[in-house]
Design a protein around this ligand. Structure first.
Ligand code: MRU
Length: 349
């Protein structure tokens, strides 16, 4: 089954640079940036020009391969030292999405198998390309599994943007909607705007509209009323990090939606690739939650909307405990029930 969305690619490798869709300019302008250095890549991730766990990982992988291509040494040991330094630098860009660390560490592993610097440089680029291609196939599988959870004419709520532009293609939580459109399978989507930086209104509403999906925008504080009055059938969200017990970090506001789902007795699904699982962490308590600039809360479009010097708490993510999650949709299938066992089996199988 092939989905042919007319969506732009968020990340593209151009041999000597990375072409990036500037997600900060959407939905008004479709602007592409050319990232030519590791500093450009670091800045693009920090400033959310690229965001979404898999897209961050793909961009960072290209960024590391790009940096490595410029190292002026023939000595493998020195090459490794430079690579480790740049890996550590990219790792400081955002703390919560584990795909970032997963991707750059995968490149480090690949570099260890090379027998010359030139070979290492080539292998790093190939590996980054591989990560992107793999993610596209992964997201397509996630979309197919996720669509099996919905009935025709279902109304489904989502938050943030776990869509095509947050991944190599198709997305995770939004993949079933792109697929449904392709198959003429009617589903209505409600997109929560996602304060403070509005990934729901700027990105999800735009992306689904581009695909011709039936999408309605709401503000975050309308969720309970919308579930009740519109008869929302299910909630599906993406993930930035899933621990060994199924606890899930995702965009701030996700936990609240999970509590609402339980209260209304509707299913709450998480859609994520295996690259988003972090088995080194037992529970969500161990996840580092990124806190971002107060200005994201006090300003809108550069205009102050709060008193000067107000104290601000701006966590970018929250953690939904596993007991609120009806199922986790991965590229290998849907897991439910005892997440500790199911996740272990997922990685062993
Ligand atoms: O801060 P963001 O926009 O990077 O947060 C993104 C999310 O929370 C997504 O739901 C998650 O990364 C999954 S993207 C497929």
């Amino acid at each position: 089954m092939t989905v042919t969305t007319g969506l732009p690619l968020s990340v593209e490798w151009k041999d000597t640079y990375i072409r990036l869709l500037d997600q900060q300019k959407l939905p008004h302008d479709t602007v592409y940036l050319d990232l030519k250095s590791i500093d450009d890549v670091h800045d693009a991730i920090v400033t959310l020009k690229v965001r979404g766990a898999p897209a961050i990982g793909i961009t960072a992988a290209y960024g590391l391969a790009l940096a490595a291509s410029t190292y002026q040494t023939e000595k493998l040991e020195e090459f490794q030292t430079f690579l480790k330094r740049d890996r550590d630098y990219l790792a400081t860009s955002r703390p919560t999405a584990v795909n970032l660390f997963w991707a750059i560490d995968r490149l480090i592993q690949v570099s260890l198998t090379a027998s010359s610097v030139n070979e290492a440089k080539t292998n790093l680029i190939h590996e980054a390309i591989h990560i992107q291609l793999e993610d596209e196939a992964t997201c397509r599988n996630i979309g197919e599994y996720a669509l099996s959870l919905f009935q025709k004419n279902d109304k489904v709520l989502t938050i943030c943007n776990a869509g095509s532009i947050a991944t190599a293609k198709y997305g995770t939580a939004l993949a079933p909607f792109h697929l449904a459109k392709e198959l003429d399978f009617p589903i209505s989507v409600y997109a929560s705007e996602t304060r403070p930086v509005l990934q729901g209104s700027r990105l999800t509403a735009w992306e689904l509209q581009q695909s011709g999906v039936d999408v309605t925008l709401i503000t975050d504080n309308m969720a309970a009323h919308t579930i009740k009055t519109k008869g929302i059938d299910a909630i599906i969200v993406g993930a930035d990090r899933i621990t060994a017990n199924g606890d899930t970090a995702n965009k701030i506001g996700t936990y609240g939606l999970a509590i609402l789902a339980k209260s209304f007795g509707i299913p709450f699904y998480v859609a994520a690739p295996l690259s988003t699982f972090d088995l080194s962490k037992r529970t969500g308590e161990e996840i580092v939650i990124e806190e971002r600039d107060a200005k994201e809360v006090t300003h809108l479009n550069g205009q102050a909307i709060a008193p000067e010097d107000i104290a601000v708490f701006n966590p970018a993510f929250d953690v939904t405990p596993n007991e609120f999650i009806t199922g986790i949709v991965t590229e290998k299938g849907i897991i439910k029930g005892n997440y500790v066992q199911a996740i272990q089996a997922l990685f062993e199988g």
